[in-house]
Design a protein around this ligand. Structure first.
Ligand code: SF4
Length: 360
């Protein structure tokens, strides 16, 4: 993770600040109150409750002194009433056993009823600038996509990886600004559906964007069903040159080179199916060509998909002339090693199948 990532997020956060009354404040009571109210609750829904509570109970001692029934009544409509009961328990602990002073360390905050790792990190960083990274759904999503970390977020091992990643990513010099920025960024830019990648300040180094996995991440253990993809490559050689093109777009292997590709829902060696495809017709142009060989299937396992590739080695009997604006390039076969190919094509080339074919 680059320092640039932290700086860009914090700069982004400063520009798009969401004006909410608990943001940017240092009062641990109000920060704690807002965090408890917002657990499992959207900010827009929690806002009127926060305003009511702060008005009625300006200090933790006011809240601790309230009747249970009054607090439950004010909480009405928010659901998850265990939160309200913990709120009162924690308020009374702070008010009557800690002289009204909130603990000022992460560990101390964790002793309060209803305060889990996320809430303790949020209060510690926002109120005291303590270097503890928050890890909520937004942060999981941003970190998973930006780094391409495809660990499930709902397993113990996966959570641990993300905790380590979040902590090592934190801007320890500016934990409050960084924590706020990454959560806002997840809520407003790197959203679960239709993230705003075009406006994203860190898109240049986003692994998920480069690998076409934005919509797959973050992973949940139940959703790890590897998708099968079937690639059919046309290896056409003419006068010692081979046709390749550069992969573009948001799919896997963006920026790498490959032979003309036809992706189908299943593997096929039925040449008539393949030759009838518009993409291959663009190249073959009804040219009379000899299919020199069909490779065995090559397989590559990616984080959440399997790719099976099969290579059709073609030698045209007439010269193929491509339009000037064609995205395909003729490359001398000795020079292929200068281009970056996906591993599955590298293996095919190294297996000599290709050279044997060309030597026919
Ligand atoms: S490029 Fe898109 S997926 Fe990647 S961090 Fe930015 S918004 Fe999220």
């Amino acid at each position: 993770m680059t320092p640039d990532f932290r700086k860009k997020l914090i700069d982004w956060g400063a520009e798009v600040e969401r004006p909410l009354p608990w943001k940017g404040i240092r009062d641990p009571y109000k920060i704690w109150l807002s965090e408890i109210l917002l657990q499992q609750t959207r900010a827009a829904q929690g806002l009127p409750y926060y305003l009511k509570f702060v008005e009625r109970f300006p200090t933790v001692t006011d809240l601790a002194s309230a009747e249970d029934d009054e607090v439950m009544k004010l909480w009405e409509g928010l659901g998850y009433y265990a939160r309200a009961r913990n709120l009162l328990k924690a308020a009374r602990l702070v008010a009557f056993e800690m002289n009204g002073r909130f603990p000022d360390t992460y560990e101390g905050l964790r002793q309060l009823p209803g305060v889990g790792p996320y809430t303790a990190a949020a209060i510690a960083s926002f109120a005291y600038d303590a270097p503890h990274a928050v890890l909520d759904g937004n942060v999981f999503r941003v970190l998973s996509r930006f780094t391409g970390l495809a660990e499930p977020v709902d397993t113990t091992a996966g959570r641990k990886r993300f905790e380590e990643l979040a902590q090592s990513t934190l801007d320890a010099a500016r934990p409050a600004a960084y924590n706020q920025a990454i959560m806002d960024f997840g809520a407003m830019c790197c959203t679960p559906q239709n993230p705003l990648c075009r406006q994203c300040p860190v898109s240049e180094h986003c692994r998920a964007l480069a690998e076409g996995t934005v919509s797959d991440l973050p992973l949940k253990s139940k959703s790890i069903v590897k998708r099968e993809r079937f690639f059919h490559y046309l290896v056409v050689e003419q006068a010692g040159k081979v046709l390749i093109s550069r992969r573009e777009g948001k799919d896997i292997w963006n920026g790498l080179y490959e032979f003309p590709l036809l992706e189908l829902p299943a593997l096929t060696t039925a040449l008539d199916v393949l030759q009838s495809d518009a993409g291959w017709n663009e190249i073959l142009q009804n040219t009379d060509a000899l299919v020199a060989s069909v490779s065995p299937p090559f397989r590559q396992t990616l984080t959440h998909r399997f790719v099976t590739a099969i290579f059709f080695e073609i030698r045209p009997r007439q010269e193929i002339v491509l339009p000037e604006d064609s995205r395909f390039l003729w490359i001398e076969r000795e020079k292929l090693s200068k281009f970056a190919f996906p591993k599955i094509i590298d293996r095919y080339l190294k297996d000599n199948v290709f050279n044997l074919c060309l030597a026919l």
